[in-house]
Write a new protein. Structure first.
Length: 66
């Protein structure tokens, strides 16, 4: 892996990490204002962002594969 590829991978990883943290916070607040208890709110907020990120990365891998 050359320097440009490494830089691109680090930037992409950072963006995905910030996106996951943002999704967690938004989901946690929205579900809290909807009146959900703490346990289901935490469960959904912890499980949904990785699933969305997996779809994004998987879609990228499928479209870029040649």
């Amino acid at each position: 892996m050359n320097q440009k590829q490494m830089t691109n991978a680090v930037v992409a990883g950072g963006v995905l990490a910030v996106l996951a943290i943002g999704m967690f916070i938004v989901l946690y607040v929205i579900l809290g204002s909807a009146g959900l208890d703490a346990a289901p709110r935490l469960f959904v907020s912890m499980c949904a962002p990785p699933a969305v990120l997996a779809l994004i990365v998987g879609g990228y891998a499928l479209t870029r594969r040649r």
